[in-house]
Ligand binder design. Structure first.
Ligand code: ADP
Ligand code: GLC
Length: 466
């Protein structure tokens, strides 16, 4: 069984969020189950620079300028195809945004090309049985294949976040070589625009999303973002499969980023990791829990609730450390909070993979108060690191954290509800025996990819038996 896994980002090449983690760990877990899986990714500079043994395997005459399909491999041995098209991808920085912080104006062409190459597959030496796309950037692959009218591979489309829809004006239809009849409710039209995500949802044979609860939530208002009717209609083809953690990269007993390594039998070493983190971030010694958050700073993540709850967090000796980047207003508000409470609140704005590990290693509680969360990875890192998650009951957070057992869960998206959960967490923290019991339970939760990879395999087998 040959799978082409189409993705706009993947570690270690490029990552802006959880999809980058998933597009590295899931293919590896599937390969370990014997699946022949290869990646297709845009040839951003960071991809072309890091590909091992890269060589061109086909010309791509439909793309602008001189373009090739390049084949190489990642450090884990997975075969990676990159679209080497400098006119579209030879740009530094964020894969989706220009230096002004706005979407690149030709994103429809940049990610239209990703779908096109996947659908009009140019490597005669290897042909996929299944094309598995991820998020709106890959949505056109299923559309081109379904509209092509030829024998074709089966298609799977995974929703990592329904809130990003890849919407473009109707005028791009012809530019993308899509037939006029596809611009329909029964097609890729979304409220008068061309929707790349809608294309994936409409045309793919099977749909998945990244947790069972999110699979249910998106079939209704408000988390369906206008697509709830379509998703309800396709409920028979839609399955929620929980993400896992890349246990090679996230293991407190072997994490090269940690100053002290530990497992559930050596939690004393976690105290050393906390002490090192406290010094690094110039936080005062304090009797209460050290809460950490590693997050994109967007409306989705609910970090405004943390700002609202700050007095409660700092009462009785709590401290807070936040690593995040995103909305200018939220960045400014967190920078203000740090200035207003020196030694009690530390904020690092920007993206820092190593610090994200040290925060999980040194924190007591990881905060994930999201308004919605398709799956969420940082709460699962927290479970594995004995850094108890405090989360809102939504999406994958609801599926991974058990209130009072492995973490703390609140329901209403309000400061009051957050503070209530915080108070329960602080009370538990004050009882070392209870806290350690919870840490042990959290660290025993199986957050690995094994079971979920088997579910993807079963889905692939349904689509391409034999
Ligand atoms: P999302 O994909 O919605 O951003 P996830 O929890 O699924 O949320 O994944 C986020 C991933 O990005 C995690 O691996 C997290 O550790 C990482 N991350 C988020 N923000 C930062 C940051 N500022 N610095 C380093 N890593 C970050
Ligand atoms: C998205 C979601 C996040 C999920 C990640 C990987 O970015 O926001 O919840 O964990 O994709 O699937």
């Amino acid at each position: 069984m040959k799978i082409l896994f189409v993705t706009p980002e993947a570690l270690p090449f490029v990552k802006t969020g959880g999809l980058g983690d998933v597009a590295c760990a899931l293919p590896c877990a599937l390969a370990a189950l014997g699946v022949e899986i290869r990646l297709l990714i845009p040839g951003y500079p960071s991809v072309l620079d890091q590909l091992r043994g890269a060589r061109a395997v086909a010309e791509l005459p439909d793309l602008p300028g001189r373009a090739h399909l390049v084949r190489g491999s990642g450090e884990d041995g997975i075969t990676v195809y990159a679209i080497d098209c400098p006119a579209l991808y030879a740009r530094p920085g964020n894969p989706y945004l220009g230096p002004d912080g706005n979407d690149w104006p030709d994103n429809h062409l940049r990610f239209g090309a990703l779908g096109r190459v996947a659908a009009f597959w140019p490597d005669p030496a290897w042909r996929p049985d299944i094309v598995h796309g991820n998020d709106w950037q890959s949505g056109l692959a299923a559309a081109y294949l379904a509209l092509g009218g030829r024998p074709r591979p089966a298609t799977v489309f995974t929703i990592h976040n329904l809130a990003y829809q890849g919407l473009f004006p109707r005028s791009v239809l012809a530019e993308l070589g899509l037939p006029p009849e596809s611009f329909s409710i029964e097609g890729l039209e979304y409220y008068g625009q061309v929707g790349f995500l809608k294309a994936g949802l409409w045309y793919a044979d099977k749909l998945t999303t990244v947790s069972p609860t999110y699979a249910e939530e998106i079939q209704h208002e408000p988390l369906g973002f206008g697509l709830q009717g379509l998703l309800r209609g396709r409920a028979g083809d839609l399955v929620g499969i929980l993400n896992g953690v890349d246990t090679r990269l996230w293991d407190p007993a072997a994490d090269p980023h940690l100053p002290a390594r530990y497992d559930s039998e050596r939690l004393g070493e976690k105290a050393r990791a906390k002490e090192a983190l406290r010094r690094e971030l110039a936080l005062a010694e304090a009797p209460g829990p050290l809460a950490v958050a590693v997050t994109r700073l967007t409306e989705q993540k609910g970090m405004d609730l943390v700002l609202g709850a700050l007095p409660a967090i700092l009462a009785d000796g709590g401290t807070l450390a936040v690593l995040g980047a995103g909305d200018a207003a939220l960045e400014a508000a967190f920078a203000d909070a740090a200035r207003g409470a020196p030694g009690r609140v530390a904020v690092r704005l920007g993206y820092d993979e190593a610090l994200s590990h040290r925060l999980q290693g040194g924190g007591d509680i990881v905060l994930v108060p999201s308004r919605f969360e398709p799956c969420g990875l940082t709460q699962m890192y927290g479970l594995r690191y004995g850094t108890l998650p405090l989360v809102r009951r939504t999406g994958g957070l609801a599926d991974t954290v058990e209130d009072g057992k492995t973490g703390f869960v609140f329901s209403a998206p309000t400061v009051e509800a957050f503070v209530d959960a915080w108070t329960r967490a602080r009370t538990a923290f004050a009882s070392p025996r209870l806290w350690q019991e919870m840490q042990h339970r959290a660290m025993r939760v199986d957050v690995s990819w094994r079971r979920s990879a088997e579910r993807y395999l079963a889905l692939y087998r349904d689509l391409a038996p034999g």
